[in-house]
Design a protein around this ligand. Structure first.
Ligand SMILES: NC(=O)c1ccc[n+]([C@@H]2O[C@H](COP(=O)([O-])OP(=O)(O)OC[C@H]3O[C@@H](n4cnc5c(N)ncnc54)[C@H](OP(=O)(O)O)[C@@H]3O)[C@@H](O)[C@H]2O)c1
Length: 219
């Protein structure tokens, strides 16, 4: 049976203790690590890049960056290193970092998405971190890559009118890039496709970002 550990479903255990608990369940190994946890700041996504330095925004922008880098970049580094000994003893040796096309410079410019700058920048950093780990771990049989889950409805609350308007705006933007986009996909569909892709990938994706479809179709 393949063993998976997914981060970001709860907090507060501490990394070492989390790895020890995983090891106690699996007998000291881990096949697939999925680093899903992320800080998605809600205060700055609607700010234009040219508004980030306005006096009324500076504090919240700095806070968003610091918390985003702590969780999405440093967290990813420490999660990888903490679970690496277990992964090296696993059968699949796969480390998956959940990222986003928002952190892909080519997609951002093609799709014309100026929003979510702080979150996107931390995910772009994450993608680079993944590439660096891939270079070091090449030769040890470890396959580490970034995986974009698609545009997924993970809200567990009724959206506010503002959130609905923001989603409508994003949909119109995304449809200019890809007219087949109908809206957010369900977590079930996203997870099904992600697991299928994780099961199939080979070393040629190591260090890269791919979508839930295993390619660069981000929706
Ligand atoms: N939804 C989308 O359309 C979409 C698109 C592209 C990429 N993604 C990526 O997919 C992943 C899941 O996103 P989501 O939509 O499910 O977001 P979400 O609902 O905000 O879930 C994020 C998870 O990360 C956890 N987390 C935050 N800070 C953490 C920390 N310091 N330590 C441990 N866990 C922490 C949160 O825990 P708490 O519940 O305790 O806060 C939460 O369970 C993220 O990596 C996100 O960047 C999502």
């Amino acid at each position: 049976m393949v063993s998976y550990a997914v981060t970001g479903a709860s907090r507060g255990l501490g990394l070492q203790e989390a790895a020890q608990k995983v090891a106690s369940v699996t007998g000291g190994s881990l096949d697939v690590l999925i680093n899903n946890g992320a800080y998605l700041d809600v205060e700055t996504p609607a700010l234009l890049p040219t508004a980030l330095s306005a006096p009324e925004n500076v504090e919240k922008v700095h806070k968003a960056f610091h918390k985003g880098v702590d969780t999405n970049v440093l967290g990813a580094i420490h999660v990888t290193n903490t679970f690496l000994p277990l992964i090296l003893k696993g059968t699949q040796k796969k480390i998956v970092h959940i990222s986003t096309a928002m952190g892909d410079t080519a997609w951002v410019t093609k799709a014309g998405v100026w929003g979510g700058l702080t979150y996107s920048a931390t995910k772009a950093m994450l993608n680079l971190v993944v590439a660096k780990f891939a270079v070091e771990l090449e030769g040890q049989g470890v396959l580490i890559f970034s995986l974009s889950p698609g545009w997924v409805d993970t809200d567990d609350f009724e959206p506010t009118p503002e959130a609905k308007a923001a989603e409508g705006y994003l949909l119109s933007l995304f449809q200019k890039y890809d007219p087949t986009v109908k809206g957010r996909i369900t977590p079930e569909v996203s997870v099904r496709d992600q697991l299928e892709t994780i099961g199939k990938v080979t070393t040629e994706v190591s260090g890269r970002m791919i979508s839930q479809h295993g390619n660069e179709n981000w929706f």
